[in-house]
Each structure stands twice: as structure tokens, then as C-alpha cells.
Design a protein around this ligand. Structure first.
Ligand code: ADP
Length: 446
């Protein structure tokens, strides 16, 4: 402000000098001219400042004098503000991205329980459109009476389990409300459908094992009591032997169940080993001999085995799967039926082990469940032929551990086809396989 004042005084002095040399009017004219020039310059500067005010993101115009300092400090303050805003925005975005990356659904609610924001997982759980639904009351979004009761509580100590069905969905959600800030609520949702299924499977499994073991144990207990209570002379030797045979049968049954359970548990809990080349010709030949012994000449066996085709894997596991499909064919095919076994390359470059029978067959609704533990179409028939209901569960696990798939085709009274399809990456030539073949592979997993 000092510089313009000095200039003005200097100009006034110059005008006064002009006035004294020339005339009074000339002095005033010079002074007025000077004032007009100053006003014009200031007006121009103001116009440039006003233009810049509309584009404050650009650097200020080059103006000399005090304006330059003022504009520079305003520009500096604005730039700092912008940088702070950018930082805040980046931080906010980071928090939003982290919230989106959460495996759980997260939703924020205002003091009137209206949704203010939700991540995609929450939108997926509750079937909403995150961009369209903000502002809606949570009671319009989750229309379940039990949720309304839960949300209206004063405190939320635990989560609510909510079944959501419809729109092709059938899921169980765990919902937890958590207060934060000033009357705000965080709603966390988690899809526990799979967990719940696992828990049900676990409970069913325990119930099934208990049931499977209870029957032979009851029979065994009954015979033991009979033997203890009856006077020795009341039983002939033949009767006693008969009872003992029946008891041995029941203990054998329990032993088979426990062995199969241990096999399943090993397959489920241990990672697949590195594997060795396995000579499938030999594995299938051994299994065929065992199946023929089980059949006792009651079935016709056919085979088409491609020589020189091995699989890289675990010999015991493969033997068990191969034998299981064959013994099932024997057990579920009435006498006189035909059992055909094939082992050959498939068109896709892999190889397929298939067992086809002309047996009792299976109705379509049972097929998807056959590999469940203890699932049997006809419990009585399975037991009568020494089945545990675990064979196909074991076979499926073995298949998975060899990247193979288990296929089934069947129709009641029209026979069945069970096949294991191995990918090309698992195949080896039998020369190599034969060298590595575990001579003791007998279809039992250890
Ligand atoms: P199981 O010990 O009862 O045979 P699996 O797991 O091997 O148990 O088989 C499950 C069920 O699948 C059997 O109980 C039987 O009902 C059905 N099944 C398996 N293989 C055949 C087959 N070849 N023909 C008809 N039914 C079969």
C-alpha cells in the first residue's frame, strides 16, 4: 500500500509543478490524467483477478504490485486445501475399498435405521441394489418379523440367524447390529449356509455311525446274554457254533465299517502323496480276480483292457476304487447277469475305467446322493451283501485325489455304469508303471 501512495504523492507533486510552470488548469489536467491512468490499471488488474477467481485451479495471473503477493498467498492456501482434500478422498476411498474387500456384508444405518451405505457383499446377501437402495428403511429391506424384533432391541449382544428364501435363493444369514458414533449402526451380515450344511452333515454323520454300529452291537449283546444265561446243556454244540458264527459275522461287520471310516478319514485329512506310476492292467486284473471270487461263478465277466496304459497316483487308493466299482456290480447284479470292465483311452486324450452291469439299476433321484457317506438305495440289500454305504464315498475321494471324475448312469432294472475318467496329465506308459507297481497292492488302503 505504501508504493501506490508514494506514486500518488509524486504524481501530485509533478502536477503541481506543471500547474506552477504552465497554468493551474494544466496542473489539474495532468493530475486528473494520472488518476484516470491509475484507475484504468487497477480496473484491468481487478478484471484479471475476477477472471482467475473463476478458475482458481490455475496459477494466478502475473500481476505486479501488492496484488501479486495477495494472489500468491490465496493460491498457496487453495493448493494446500486441495492437497488435503485429495488426501482425505484417497483415504476415504481406501476405507471404502477395504470395506468392499471384506468377506462379510457391511451396511451403515442412520439414527432412523435408514440405510446410508452398504458394500456389495451385503447387497448380495440381502438382494439389493447398493446404488438404488440408500435412504430406505432397513425394515423395508429386510422384511422378516424376527429381524424387526431383533432390530428394535435396545442392545444387541448376539447375532440373529435369518433364513432367506425366494428368488432362487435359500440361504441362512447371520446378522449382527453394532452401534457406533452418534446413534449410528453398523449391520454386519454373513452367509453361513455352507457352515450350517457342514454342521448338519457332521451331526448326520455321527448319528449314522452310531446307528450303523448299534445294530451289530445289539445283536452281539443279545447273543452274549443268551450264551451267559442258558445252562450249558441247553445248547447243542451245533447251536453254539451257529451263535458264534453269527457273532463273528457281526464283529466282522463292525470291523469293516470302522476300517472304511478310517480310510475315509485318511483320504479326507491327508494331502495326496506324490504318487508313482501305477500299472492299471495289473490293478484291474487283481480286482477282477477278487470280483470273480465274490461272484462265485454266478455272473458272466467281460473285459476290454488297453495294455500299456498306467496312471500316476497311489496304487492302494486306485486299487480300492477299481475294486469297489467291481464288487458293487457283483453285489447288485442278480445271478446270470453280465459285468463288463473296460480300461481304455478316451477321445479327449485321458483314459476311462468303466464297469457296466446288467443288475438292479438305480432310480434317477438317488444318483446324485450315492457318494454321500452311508447313503444306500436299499439298506437291507446293502447290508445283506456286506456293504457299509461308504464304498462310493471312498471311490469319489480317490477320484478327486487323482484329478479324475466319477460318472454314473443307471436305470432301475436296466443295469448301471460306473466310470472313473482320468485326465491325460495323469497317464503314464505301463512299462514305467510296471516297474513301480507295488506288488502288495490288494485294494485295501492302509
Ligand atoms: P454299499 O456298501 O452300500 O454298496 P456304496 O457306497 O458302494 O455302498 O454304494 C452306495 C449305494 O449305491 C449302494 O447301497 C447301492 O444302493 C447303490 N449302488 C452302488 N453300485 C451299484 C450298482 N452297480 N448297481 C446298483 N446299485 C448300486
Amino acid at each position: 500500500m505504501i508504493r501506490p501512495a508514494i506514486c500518488l504523492v509524486a504524481w501530485a507533486a509533478f502536477a503541481w509543478l506543471c500547474g506552477s510552470w504552465l497554468s493551474r488548469e494544466a496542473g489539474w489536467a495532468v493530475f486528473t490524467l494520472g488518476l484516470l491512468a491509475v484507475m484504468a490499471i487497477q480496473h484491468r488488474r481487478l478484471a484479471r483477478v475476477s477472471h482467475w477467481a473463476g478458475n482458481v485451479n490455475d496459477p494466478p495471473p502475473p500481476i505486479r504490485g501488492d496484488w501479486a503477493d495477495i494472489l500468491a498467498s490465496v493460491y498457496r492456501a487453495l493448493r494446500k486445501n486441495r492437497q488435503d482434500m485429495d488426501l482425505l478422498e484417497r483415504q476415504a476411498q481406501g476405507i471404502m475399498q477395504a470395506a468392499e474387500a471384506l468377506p462379510d456384508g457391511v451396511m451403515t444405518l442412520d439414527d432412523a435405521l435408514r440405510m446410508t451405505w452398504c458394500n456389495h457383499e451385503a447387497a448380495r446377501h440381502l438382494g439389493l441394489d447398493p446404488s438404488a437402495d440408500p435412504g430406505h428403511s432397513i425394515f423395508n429391506i429386510v422384511r422378516a418379523p424376527e429381524f424387526a424384533r431383533y432390530a428394535k432391541q435396545a442392545h444387541w449382544d448376539g447375532p440373529l440367524l435369518l433364513r432367506v428364501a425366494g428368488d432362487g435363493r435359500d440361504a441362512t444369514l447371520q446378522i449382527q447390529l453394532i452401534p457406533y458414533g452418534l446413534n449410528r449402526l453398523l449391520m454386519v451380515t454373513r452367509d453361513i449356509t455352507q457352515l450350517e450344511k457342514l454342521e448338519t452333515t457332521r451331526k448326520d454323520f455321527v448319528a449314522n455311525v452310531s446307528h450303523e454300529l448299534r445294530t451289530p452291537l445289539t445283536v452281539l449283546g443279545g447273543f452274549l446274554e443268551t450264551l451267559r444265561d442258558l445252562p450249558p446243556e441247553a445248547l447243542s454244540n451245533a447251536q453254539r457254533d451257529h451263535y458264534l458264527d453269527l457273532m463273528r459275522e457281526q464283529t466282522g461287520r463292525m470291523q469293516t465299517i470302522v476300517e472304511d471310516l478310517l480310510t475315509l478319514s485318511t483320504l479326507e485329512s491327508s494331502p495326496p502323496d506324490d504318487g508313482v506310476p501305477v500299472d492299471m492292467d495289473a490293478v484291474i486284473a487283481t480286482a477282477l480276480a477278487q470280483a470273480q471270487a465274490l461272484s462265485g461263478g454266478r455272473h458272466v465277466f467281460e473285459q476290454r483292457i488297453e495294455k500299456g496304459l498306467g496312471v500316476h497316483g497311489n496304487a492302494n487308493e486306485l486299487s480300492s476304487a477299481v475294486l469297489n466299482l467291481l464288487t458293487n456290480a457283483v453285489r447288485y447284479t442278480p445271478p446270470g447277469g453280465t459285468i463288463s470292465v473296460t480300461w481304455e483311452r478316451s477321445a479327449t486324450g485321458g483314459a476311462r475305467y468303466a464297469v457296466r452291469d446288467t443288475g438292479i439299476g438305480i432310480a434317477a433321484q438317488h444318483l446324485p446322493r450315492l457318494t454321500e457317506r452311508f447313503y444306500r438305495v436299499d439298506r437291507g440289500r446293502s447290508r445283506a451283501t456286506g456293504g457299509t454305504g461308504l464304498g462310493l464315498a471312498i471311490t469319489k475321494h480317490v477320484a478327486m485325489r487323482h484329478q479324475a471324475s466319477l460318472h454314473m448312469e443307471s436305470r432301475p432294472n436296466a443295469g448301471s455304469l460306473f466310470a472313473l475318467a482320468f485326465p491325460a496329465t495323469r497317464l503314464v506308459t505301463a512299462n514305467v508303471a510296471a516297474k513301480n507297481q507295488d506288488a502288495g497292492a490288494d485294494g485295501h488302503l492302509k
